[in-house]
Design a protein around this ligand. Structure first.
Ligand code: C2E
Ligand code: MG
Ligand code: MG
Ligand code: MG
Length: 275
């Protein structure tokens, strides 16, 4: 009986692996189709400067508008896209579209803001990344200082020399580089001081007021960043208390549902009028 039971468990396990595998294959096919049929969209979340109150930037966040399933969030397909390598093509599209849209807004007469684009590890480690960025800027006519590339700590901390070169080339081009989800990975202070990074984005987990140590951590990150000539933006600001705290500790910028959710381009006009 015991043997029998084990065998069943084993079969169950096997079949769930192949189910997963099938699901992944289906999703890969669908992702390819999505690229071809233009099912991806960028939504934009405003970033506000805390001392001027102005919108100074927009983070581009990808959405998959699936014909049957509706909107699918990036957390549910970016990891697979990264695994299959499709992230390169998707990422190329995101970079181009974000720059094109930002330039379109500027041409329409709105006050210029930066657009932030999330890079995945595979994208960041492409040999021709800097050339690609240069080409996109040329093609769209967007000036480099209106583009901010977001990388994560783990991406910045591996393979020191190559990364340092890429970061310097991007800075020489005039593009900004930010570290996303700061505080959730492993950062070395040594790297932070030598990397030409413009801004740290404090991860939203540190805004959890339930843990009072978080306030001390946020304060320290802000102090350190300012000493290293970096700006700080807080992500995931949801309440007025969080906002007041951040203003009190001289955080430079904020982004979060309290101010605005990510919105499709046609819904952003109101924010520009404020600028
Ligand atoms: P992220 O870059 O850290 O983006 C911030 C995420 O927090 C977004 O989720 C945003 O909608 C969400 N958020 C913003 N304000 C708040 C808030 O006040 N409270 C809470 N709880 N959440 C808030 P989203 O759009 O689902 O994106 C998730 C992640 O997917 C992003 O995290 C980023 O790592 C990745 N991602 C998004 N777009 C792209 C892309 O075009 N390329 C790549 N490679 N990754 C992307
Ligand atoms: Mg981001
Ligand atoms: Mg983040
Ligand atoms: Mg994140």
């Amino acid at each position: 009986v015991i043997k029998e039971k084990h065998r069943n468990n084993y079969n169950l396990f096997e079949s769930s692996i192949s189910e997963n595998f099938k699901m992944m294959l289906t999703m890969e096919t669908e992702l390819r189709k999505a690229l071809k049929e233009k099912q991806f969209e960028l939504h934009y979340q405003p970033q506000k400067n805390l001392s001027s109150g102005k919108v100074v930037g927009l983070e581009a966040l990808i959405r998959w508008n699936h014909p049957e399933k509706g909107y699918i969030s990036p957390g549910d397909f970016i990891p697979l896209a990264e695994k299959t390598g499709l992230i390169i093509e998707i990422g190329d599209w995101v970079l181009y579209e974000a720059c094109r849209q930002n330039k379109e807004w500027q041409d329409a007469g709105y006050e210029p803001v930066t657009v932030s684009v999330n890079l995945s590890a595979k994208q960041f480690h492409q040999r021709n990344l800097v050339d690609k960025v240069k080409q996109v800027l040329n093609k769209t006519g967007l000036e480099p200082h209106y583009l901010d590339l977001e990388i994560t700590e783990s991406m910045a901390m591996s393979n020191e020399e190559d990364i340092l070169k890429t970061l310097h080339d991007l800075r020489d081009l005039g593009v900004f580089v930010s570290i996303d989800d700061f505080g959730t990975g492993y950062s070395s202070f040594k790297y932070l001081s030598i990397f030409p990074v413009t801004k740290l984005k404090i991860d939203k987990m540190f805004l959890n007021d339930a843990q009072k140590e978080n306030k001390a951590i946020v304060k320290s990150i802000i102090h350190m960043s300012h000493s290293l000539d970096m700006k700080v933006i807080a992500e995931g600001v949801e309440t007025v208390d969080q906002l007041l705290f951040l203003a009190g500790v001289e955080c430079d910028e904020m982004q979060g549902f309290y101010f605005s959710k990510p919105l499709p381009p046609e819904k952003l006009n109101n924010f520009f009028i404020e600028v």
